[in-house]
Design a protein around this ligand. Structure first.
Ligand SMILES: *[C@@H]1O[C@H](CO)[C@@H](O)[C@H](O)[C@H]1NC(C)=O
Ligand SMILES: *[C@@H]1O[C@H](CO)[C@@H](O)[C@H](O)[C@H]1NC(C)=O
Ligand SMILES: *[C@@H]1O[C@H](CO)[C@@H](O)[C@H](O)[C@H]1NC(C)=O
Ligand SMILES: *[C@@H]1O[C@H](CO)[C@@H](O)[C@H](O)[C@H]1NC(C)=O
Ligand SMILES: *[C@@H]1O[C@H](CO)[C@@H](O)[C@H](O)[C@H]1NC(C)=O
Ligand SMILES: *[C@@H]1O[C@H](CO)[C@@H](O)[C@H](O)[C@H]1NC(C)=O
Length: 462
């Protein structure tokens, strides 16, 4: 313990200097990878419990049932809503053409209390998985194609999430497409958000491959259309949710500075989002790198700048403000009547070193929930998300038609150190930023569960 504290102190002084001094010459921008600083990284500890006004008790917020946290969750409704489940009458192997002949099912959604927090539970073995491979799905990003790059232990695919007090059905692509028929869905976020989208496309590939319906030739802003279901998925790339720009300050590469305009949403999504029925927002990793922070066009502070006269504020200050601006923007859209999901932070797992210092993690099995807990920067980031989600829910009255939902994967993914590409996201000789990637998730893999949750929540109206 004492040794650790000493390390923290030394880290506080030395690591920022190292980070600024030896920016690796890397290709990360080409891949749009988020920069990431590990939760176990000592330099970030000093901010870990500074900004939260409202400390959640980890135990209670992750395992629910306390009334405080229960009120945060919107998933306290039963999913036994009263429409005949199209899935149960359909075999997964039924051909698409025969499915199309079945009449469109009516989805009546009925409120019911669900006494179950679907995000609290354990990973249990599922020998049936996976439900797609790198040969049946073409959407897998190169760096998450762990099978291709020779990951030897494929056991990480063979788990499913089991909530403590109920069951979470596995993703049924037919049912999903019925639920979203005629709708469109936007994913707003960074490369982890893209990882989620690719999982969804792969899970749906059993039914239909989408057509490219992009408005522009930009990998970061793509649209896919499911013709049979008139369903569209769109991705909106944003590093910080608010407007940001990379600056010339500092070394180019992972340690360059970004200017963040905390009171302005990133126009790349904000200008487009009103037309969507579902918005899934997420962010996190990019807030832990060097930043200059602006409010009303005025510089109000920085993160890791060490410039005399500029206040060094915590990453969480910026993160909180950015989330608030995001919700404020969406709540302010008069014509928007859709459903907004905040997908919470997915912890990474670097052990014995940071993302750029050879950090690795050799786990090949999920943790049980009693073997680890959220702490440090993961805990703080999650707390901010819960806080800002609650604030947004409280302010939502301004826009009655809109639903806010919490896709709370943080604890679920904390338990999956085995689900990352590690060094199996590229050829051994490739020079990539995240040489050992413990930020993104292999496909197929545990991130597929996010779509189990998503479908379950889409079926339970609030
Ligand atoms: C941070 O939290 C720990 C325990 O959770 C506490 O011991 C410590 O004093 C706190 N630090 C600050 C700066 O509040
Ligand atoms: C958190 O809550 C649990 C159970 O409600 C309790 O046992 C524990 O002492 C609490 N921890 C803190 C730090 O308040
Ligand atoms: C489809 O699946 C059902 C059970 O799920 C099985 O009985 C049937 O033989 C399968 N049909 C084909 C063509 O694979
Ligand atoms: C899929 O994975 C296998 C190994 O399981 C690999 O040999 C193959 O190249 C991969 N294919 C694609 C298209 O990624
Ligand atoms: C497809 O869905 C859009 C809304 O997303 C709707 O405006 C359009 O009329 C639908 N087209 C068909 C053919 O149903
Ligand atoms: C966690 O729970 C399991 C099953 O309830 C138990 O077997 C195991 O010993 C527990 N582990 C720890 C570290 O408490």
């Amino acid at each position: 313990m004492e040794l650790h504290t000493t390390k923290v102190r030394i880290g506080l002084v030395i690591l920022p200097l190292i980070l600024l001094a030896i920016a690796p010459v890397v290709l990360y921008l080409l891949f749009g990878y988020p920069l990431y600083y590990s939760s176990s990284t000592s330099i970030y500890k000093h901010i870990s419990n500074s900004s939260s006004s409202d400390h959640h008790n980890t135990t209670s917020s992750s395992s629910s049932s306390s009334s405080e946290s229960a009120s945060l969750y919107d998933n306290d409704y039963d999913d036994t809503f009263d429409h005949p489940k199209p899935s149960s009458s359909l075999h997964i192997n039924q051909s698409i053409s025969s499915y199309q002949e079945t009449p469109k099912k009516e989805h009546r959604r009925k409120k019911r209390k669900r006494k179950c927090d679907i995000f609290s539970g354990e990973w249990i073995p599922n020998p049936e998985a996976p439900y797609y491979t790198n040969t049946t799905c073409r959407a897998i990003h190169e760096h998450q194609n762990c099978m291709k790059y020779g990951r030897p232990d494929l056991g990480f695919m063979k788990w499913r999430w089991k909530p403590k007090d109920c069951d979470l059905p596995l993703f049924d692509p037919y049912e999903f497409l019925e639920v979203v028929r005629g709708k469109n869905m936007a994913f707003v976020g960074d490369s982890v958000s893209r990882n989620h989208v690719q999982s969804l496309i792969c899970l749906l590939s059993r039914v239909e491959d989408p057509e490219d319906d992009s408005r522009q030739q930009d990998f970061n802003f793509q649209r896919w259309k499911y013709k049979t279901y008139n369903f569209t998925i769109a991705t909106f790339w944003t590093t910080h949710l608010v407007r940001s720009e990379e600056t010339e300050t500092g070394q180019p590469g992972p340690n360059s500075f970004y200017n963040l305009y905390l009171d302005e949403p990133d126009p790349s999504w904000a200008s487009q989002i009103v037309e969507f029925d579902y918005i899934i927002i997420s962010s996190g990793q990019w807030f832990f790198r060097p930043l200059f922070l602006f409010d009303k066009q005025k510089r109000i502070g920085c993160l890791y700048c060490y410039i005399p006269g500029v206040r060094n504020v915590g990453a969480h200050f910026a993160y909180r403000r950015a989330l608030r601006t995001t919700f404020k923007t969406i709540l302010g859209l008069e014509d928007f009547k859709g459903e907004v999901f905040l997908r919470t932070f997915a912890p990474s797992h670097f052990e014995d070193g940071e993302w750029d210092k050879g950090g690795n993690c050799l786990k090949t099995r999920p943790y049980r929930s009693n073997e680890t807990e959220l702490e440090g920067m993961n805990l703080e980031t999650h707390n901010i998300q819960l806080d800002e989600f609650r604030i947004a829910k409280r302010d939502k009255n301004k826009n009655e038609g809109l639903n806010l939902r919490l896709l709370d994967v943080t604890q679920v993914m904390l338990l999956r150190p085995d689900g990352h590409p590690s060094r199996f996201g590229h050829k051994p000789e490739d020079k990539v930023v995240l040489y050992n990637d413990f930020v993104h998730w292999c496909l197929p893999g545990p991130i597929d569960s996010w779509n189990d949750f998503l479908l379950d929540m889409l079926k339970t109206k609030i």
